[in-house]
Design a protein around this ligand. Structure first.
Ligand code: ATP
Ligand code: MG
Length: 494
């Protein structure tokens, strides 16, 4: 039989400051006897408040009570230690030799169990960041909210995290964890992780996997299950909702009903998150290699409208071909083939429908092609730079790609020669090809530019003379400046 602390106190008619004891978090069942003894001792004392501290030490939280450590031997997990990177093995060995606990944790263990090559290895330890720092010459402590250590071994960087505690975090009125600086035990660390599949600890020397939350079972069933009470866990950190989208999309996991259920309700919480963190997480969705699958999850879980950038991705779900769908499909394909991908290019494509719509409106109002484009870009600038937290290194490239689009219309005189020497010509040309593929630009024009790049000087002159004279007129006509907006954009991008 389980009593809440509140019930016990009411039964014994004590006026007690139970608000300070966070009664909603503490449940005691089998521990009732222990509590009752202490309660009798303190009943007539005015030191009841001390009980709070003592209880926290003596009595574990419900989740920790119910989670049983499960040690899986090699015969059950079958992870070969040689699957670990040299760096991860070295970091764990040195920590263990210095008498610390050290495990591979998180996504890497999950991926090894799934037979997938992990993209990186994270290590969890009971050594404090300073202790880790002392053990590795090539290491640095990073992070303000919760310090972690980056240990560099050869070209690899291993993220070493000290076990997190569950006690001293501060939450705001919405349950959001605002400060999270306590270190803890392995059990507490496992409770603080997001999904059961991510709360596995692998010791390559003992060849054991520690599983506190039935993570292995969930991985085998290919389902994503939140540890603890899902609503509270999303309130603690709303970015976990985006992680649910990415991990389920990337791994092809279903999201367990109770884990999925509060997401729609909690979606607005994302608006209060720092834009830079949201942008990072959205970027991970775009470049996880399964962006198209993630978008289905994004829509199905009810997060599509939670951020303008997520909204901008939604055209990819349409049945008809469009630039967002095509770009995400190409990005997934390139990542599968181990080819490079460009963040600026992909974002330029994702946000192109917005820019193009404004461009068209300014064109209709009588502006020149370039003037209309610069004005449309200037309209987007505040969103790009401030509201959505897109770093400048990407927005500069996006603006350059967009600015060059109208310039492909000018195929006479000296302009084509100038255009091919632009730093961003190649990316802008690839973007033009994408537009041509969608019928937005004549295919013949894209082919002309392809030939022009490869042609000799003499051939280029001939090509230019073959372009109808009307084309140069069309691109220079109707020059009507819109004050400021055009100028400021032009300065930066040309
Ligand atoms: P990936 O394969 O994409 O790296 P991952 O699960 O390893 O996926 P990371 O961002 O590398 O993701 O995080 C490492 C681990 O840290 C996670 O597996 C999880 O245990 C924990 N973690 C990360 N973010 C959170 C969070 N917001 N809340 C709770 N635990 C988290
Ligand atoms: Mg990881």
């Amino acid at each position: 039989m389980a009593f809440t602390l509140e019930e016990m106190l009411q039964n014994h008619s004590i006026v007690y400051r139970y608000d300070q004891i966070q009664t909603d978090k503490l449940y005691y069942g089998s521990s009732f006897d222990r509590f009752y003894t202490v309660y009798r001792i303190f009943l007539n004392s005015n030191k009841l408040i001390m009980l709070k501290k003592w209880l926290k030490k003596v009595l574990p939280r419900k989740a920790a009570d119910t989670s049983k450590q499960c040690v899986l031997p090699f015969s059950e997990h079958r992870i070969k230690p040689e699957k670990l990177s040299f760096a991860a093995e070295k970091v764990i060995k040195r920590l263990q030799n210095a008498d610390f606990q050290a495990y591979v944790v998180g996504g890497a263990v999950r991926d090894l169990l799934l037979g997938v090559t992990p993209k990186d290895f994270d290590v969890a330890t009971n050594a404090t960041p300073e202790q880790v720092r002392k053990l590795f010459r090539r290491s640095r402590i990073i992070g303000r909210r919760f310090p972690i250590v980056h240990v560099m071994v050869g070209p690899e960087t291993i993220e070493v995290t000290t076990f997190r505690g569950g006690e001293l975090h501060c939450q705001n009125e919405l349950g959001r964890i605002m400060k999270d600086t306590s270190f803890g035990t392995l059990v507490q660390d496992a409770m603080r992780r997001d999904f059961t599949a991510n709360a596995l600890y692998y010791d390559p020397f003992k060849q054991q996997v520690l599983d506190y939350h039935h993570g292995v079972e969930d991985i085998r069933a290919r389902r994503l299950v939140m540890i603890g009470e899902p609503l509270a866990r999303y309130q603690e950190d709303p970015v976990r909702m985006l992680r649910a989208v990415r991990l389920s999309g990337k791994l092809g996991f279903s999201v367990e009903a109770a884990t999925a259920e509060p997401i729609m309700q909690c979606a607005p919480l994302l608006q209060r998150e720092p834009s830079a963190r949201l942008f990072d997480e959205i970027l991970k969705i775009l470049f996880c290699g399964h962006a198209s699958a993630c978008l289905h999850q994004l829509r199905d879980l009810g997060l599509a409208g939670a951020h303008p950038l997520l909204d901008a991705l939604m055209p990819a779900m349409a049945t008809e071909q469009n630039i967002v769908a095509l770009t995400l499909h190409n990005t997934d394909e390139r990542l599968r083939q181990d080819k490079s991908v460009s963040v600026g290019f992909v974002l330029a494509a994702v946000l192109w429908p917005r820019v193009q719509k404004a461009w068209q409106q300014y064109l209709d109002s009588g502006m020149s092609a370039s003037g209309a484009m610069n004005t449309a870009i200037a309209d987007e600038r505040t969103h790009l730079d401030k509201s959505w937290g897109i770093p400048q290194r990407y927005t500069v490239m996006m603006r350059e790609i967009w600015t060059l689009q109208p310039q492909f219309e000018a195929r006479r005189g000296a302009r084509p020669f100038r255009l091919v020497t632009q730093k961003r010509f190649r990316a802008a040309f690839d973007f033009l090809c994408l537009r041509a593929q969608l019928g937005e630009v004549q295919q013949e024009k894209a082919e002309w530019w392809q030939q022009f790049q490869q042609a000799t000087e003499a051939e280029r002159q001939k090509m230019i003379h073959r372009v109808p004279a009307s084309e140069s007129l069309a691109s220079t006509r109707k020059r009507r400046r819109k004050p400021k907006a055009k100028d400021s954009t032009h300065e930066k991008t040309s």
